[in-house]
Design a protein around this ligand. Structure first.
Ligand code: ATP
Ligand code: MG
Length: 405
């Protein structure tokens, strides 16, 4: 028996790469990055190994060390969190002979009958190995006949079967499986630079961070608070939220900055309706400083066109003018309901809606200006020692290591 042969004590998962498969000359690099990431996430399990073979990634897991449906689900869930994974199929491995494929197909369907009361099925076959002596339609027909003979309770239903049994015939080994569980797609982490994400405790910024990480971007984050106006618990909530994001993008550093001295200066010296936009410009500049000092290529925010007063087209232009580094706003054109759905899907929503105060709600103006003029904003800023304030804020930073939850 070779090292990579399934035993009765193993689960096997076939992992398909998404866009990675389109990457031309760079394909081996992307595949290696993807495999590294899968290996890293599976480290927490005993008796699990992953490897690459003929354009697919295979994961094998010891059944005794990862018992029952929970053991299998836990591994599936981890693989599903890896960016670059298009789909995953729990499978059974066979020798590439019609006899063995038939035997394993029967075994697979017996389990499906026991576990889920399956009554009907259909076989679909694919032959990656064109030298295999039986053609795909004949493979499907013959394996279907073998299953009917081995599982007397089953019937064939070509239109709406309870189970679609896929047979994938490959050169050295073949596979039978049922589900193609979709992954998130995207590109492997670490293949697209690093972004400094402005992370609040709200619904949007965890999602925007996740979306950029999904495109292969490494993440570093900055969070602003206004202690003692904002509480210690509010910051802990943000750390917990960040940990949820880290289950996808891996551990990252979060710079934590007290914005209160700046907010106080703004409130004392500038028109009330400009408070929000001025605070936002300071946030951006501080984030840009941190980004430059930490090898980030761009900033990331959860801003969304028109959602609140500070996100009108005019306000976004004035915010943008505070920095020269590109600002990524992956949520810009999404509806709030779609952002909320995505937050649910990635598991950050429940934490986001816990009610804690945010630094932006401190000193909130009664009538924030929705159409700020850059010229007027610059005049207000001229009354402040912007550079000194930014420097002091950056110097007072606290750095927190965020680990996956
Ligand atoms: P979110 O749900 O992400 O908090 P929001 O709809 O509440 O967004 P704003 O409060 O205007 O909108 O914030 C817009 C963006 O500015 C946020 O998505 C985030 O990227 C950044 N931001 C806001 N508050 C903070 C904060 N306290 N620390 C770091 N970044 C922040
Ligand atoms: Mg917010």
């Amino acid at each position: 028996m070779t090292d990579n042969q399934q035993t009765n004590n193993e689960y096997i998962f076939i992992v398909r790469c998404g866009e990675v498969a389109l990457k031309g000359m760079n394909k081996p690099y992307f595949e290696r990055m993807l495999l590294d990431r899968i290996k890293k996430l599976l480290k927490k399990f005993d008796g699990v190994k992953a490897y690459r073979h003929e354009g697919l990634i295979y994961v094998r897991a010891d059944k005794e060390l990862n018992p029952g449906a929970e053991g299998k689900q836990a591994i599936l869930k981890e693989i599903g969190k890896v960016f670059g994974v298009a789909s995953i199929s729990p499978a059974m491995e066979c020798e590439s002979t019609m006899e063995d494929i038939g035997r394993k197909a029967v075994e697979y369907m017996m389990e499906a009958i026991e576990e889920r009361g399956v009554k009907t099925f259909k076989v679909e076959a694919k032959r990656a190995d064109k030298n295999f002596p039986v053609k795909s339609p004949d493979i499907a027909r013959q394996i279907g006949a073998a299953v009917l003979k081995g599982c007397k309770v089953l019937k064939v239903d070509v239109h709406e079967p309870d189970v679609r049994l896929f047979v994938d015939v490959r050169h050295d080994k073949s596979y039978v499986y049922q589900d193609k569980i979709p992954g998130f797609g995207g590109l492997p982490l670490g293949t697209n630079g690093k972004g400094m994400s402005l992370l609040s405790g709200g619904i949007d910024s965890p999602v925007s961070t996740w979306m950029m990480a999904k495109r292969g971007m490494l993440i570093e984050a900055v969070h602003f608070h206004s202690f003692p106006y904002t509480s210690q618990r509010a910051q802990e909530k943000v750390e917990e939220l960040a940990s949820l994001v880290a289950t996808y993008c891996g551990r990252f550093r979060m710079h934590v900055i007290n914005l209160l001295p700046i907010q106080e200066q703004i409130v004392q010296n500038c028109p009330e309706e400009e408070t929000t936009i001025l605070v936002r410009r300071f946030m951006m500049r501080i984030a840009e400083e941190l980004a430059r000092a930490n090898d980030c290529n761009m900033l990331i925010t959860g801003e969304n066109l028109g959602q609140v007063a500070s996100q009108t087209a005019e306000a976004l232009v004035v915010t943008d003018a505070s920095v020269s580094m590109p600002v990524m706003r992956p949520l810009i054109g999404m509806d709030k309901t779609d952002i909320m759905d995505l937050a649910q899907e990635i598991g950050t929503y429940e934490k986001s809606i816990e009610p804690y105060e945010d630094c932006c709600t401190v000193f909130l103006p009664k009538h924030p200006s929705t159409k700020p003029k850059l010229e007027k904003i610059l005049q207000s800023e001229a009354k402040l020692d912007c550079e000194g304030l930014i420097k002091a804020a950056v110097e007072s930073e606290e750095i927190i290591e965020i680990r996956p939850a």
